[in-house]
Every structure is written in structure tokens, then in C-alpha cells.
Ligand binder design. Structure first.
Ligand code: TYD
Length: 228
């Protein structure tokens, strides 16, 4: 490992609309703080830093939509560069556990698979934006598109945004895209069934984290053990 390699742990949460990511991130953060005693940073995309939150407000209002998926992806990337440089890399360098609500897989799924942007462009954009940074673990909260949208619409507020307004077929493509990412990168990704209630989803997430990194949740049984 080189001396500038991050010492922290980077965990991302992905999935379609209404999968319950924010509730689960708060619960996992609390569990990790208690169990590991390490610094736990929770953050989100687009956003996470004051500059990137400015981009978020514009993106969720649909400001970039008329410019097409490539321009929109560039704006997500601009927000991500600030977030990575100003928040994520410094936290990892301090040894923190970083829990991030959405990251580069959302660009692959929303602007790529569902939005129709050329996958080769997404790969190039990821390379220049992330400069080798990669989540240690990605938890994909999976839910039928219709159920997720219904949940997101009930939630309302900021959730009534640019992407929730897309047709059901867009959200079905998103779901397939996240499942395809998980299938292509099984060492990094774990699919979590987000259909049951929050307690059951929380237990599945803790088991996935414990099986990936037993040191983070000592005493927990990992999901591989459950499966055995
Ligand atoms: P948010 O209200 O946080 O949605 P959710 O609660 O479902 O996570 O809004 C973020 C929206 O931005 C969400 O619809 C997904 C979208 N998005 C992209 O299209 N590309 C990206 O790279 C990222 C990070 C998010």
C-alpha cells in the first residue's frame, strides 16, 4: 500500500427512489460508532459540501435537464470532484468510515443505463473524476420500481424532484442497471432486499457489512454465515 493510500473505509449506498437509504445510513452510522469506536462520517450525493450542495439544488430542480444527459452527468461530476477532494479523501486519510448516500454508480444507472448516455463516456468521466477512488463496499437497496416510487411520492418534499418525475420505465431501467452493476462487481457490491420493514433491512445491512469487514461490527454474524 502506498503512503497516500486511504486508511479509512468507504461505503456507498445505492438504489432507486424510495429505497430508504437515508434511514438506513443513519442506523448503520450509529451501529458503527458504537461497535467500532471509529469516526463515522455520513454524507450524500449530489452534495456533501457547501459548493456541491449548490449544484444539488440546481440538479434536483432540473436546471441541467434541457442540456441532455451528458451535460447533466458533467454537473454531477463537478459536484463529485468537490465532494471527493474536500470531504471524502480527507476523511478517509484520517481513518474515518465514510457512509455516502449515492456515488458514481448513480451516474452509471441514472445518466447511463436509464438516461441513455454512452457507457464509454461514463467510464472516462469516472476515471477523471475519481482518480482511482473506489468504494470498499457498495450496498444496493433493491425494490420494485413501482413500490419505490410510491414510497418516494408519499415522502414528498425535496423528493418530488427531477428524477421522480420520470416514467415508470425509466425507474425499471434503473433497477436493472443497479442489479447489473452488482452482478458485474460482486466483490464490491451487495444487493439488499429493501421491501421488508426498516428493522429487517437494517439487519441485512449489518450482516453484509460484518461479512465484508468483520472488524467494523465485532460480534455480528455476517450474511455469508447466515447463508451457510
Ligand atoms: P435525492 O432526493 O437524494 O434522491 P434519493 O432520496 O432517491 O437518493 O436526489 C438525488 C437524485 O439525483 C436522485 O434522483 C438520483 C439522482 N442522481 C443522478 O441522477 N446521478 C448521480 O450521479 C447522482 C449522485 C444522483
Amino acid at each position: 500500500m502506498s503512503s497516500d493510500a486511504p486508511r479509512g473505509v468507504f461505503i456507498t449506498f445505492e438504489g432507486g427512489e424510495g429505497a430508504g437509504k437515508s434511514t438506513q445510513i443513519a442506523r448503520l452510522a450509529a451501529a458503527l460508532r458504537t461497535a467500532s469506536g471509529r469516526e463515522v462520517v455520513t454524507t450524500r450525493e449530489p452534495g456533501g459540501t457547501p459548493r456541491a450542495e449548490g449544484y444539488r439544488a440546481a440538479l434536483l430542480r432540473g436546471v441541467a435537464k434541457p442540456f441532455g444527459p451528458f451535460a447533466e452527468a458533467l454537473m454531477f461530476a463537478a459536484a463529485r470532484i468537490d465532494h471527493v477532494d474536500a470531504l471524502i479523501r480527507p476523511a478517509l486519510a484520517r481513518g474515518a468510515i465514510v457512509l455516502c448516500d449515492r456515488f458514481a454508480d448513480s451516474t452509471r444507472a441514472y445518466q447511463g443505463a436509464a438516461g441513455g448516455l454512452d457507457p464509454a463516456l461514463i467510464v472516462s468521466l469516472e476515471r477523471v473524476t475519481l482518480q482511482g477512488l473506489r468504494p470498499d463496499l457498495t450496498l444496493i437497496l433493491d425494490l420494485p420500481a413501482e413500490a419505490g416510487l410510491a414510497r418516494a411520492r408519499r415522502r414528498g418534499g425535496e423528493g418530488a424532484d427531477r428524477f421522480e418525475a420520470e416514467a415508470l420505465s425509466f425507474h425499471e431501467r434503473l433497477r436493472s442497471a443497479f442489479l447489473a452493476i452488482a452482478a458485474a462487481e460482486p466483490a464490491r457490491c451487495r444487493v439488499i432486499d429493501a421491501s421488508p420493514g426498516p428493522e429487517a433491512v437494517e439487519a441485512a445491512i449489518r450482516a453484509a457489512v460484518a461479512s465484508h469487514r468483520p472488524d467494523l461490527l465485532p460480534g455480528e454474524t455476517g450474511d455469508r454465515d447466515h447463508a451457510a
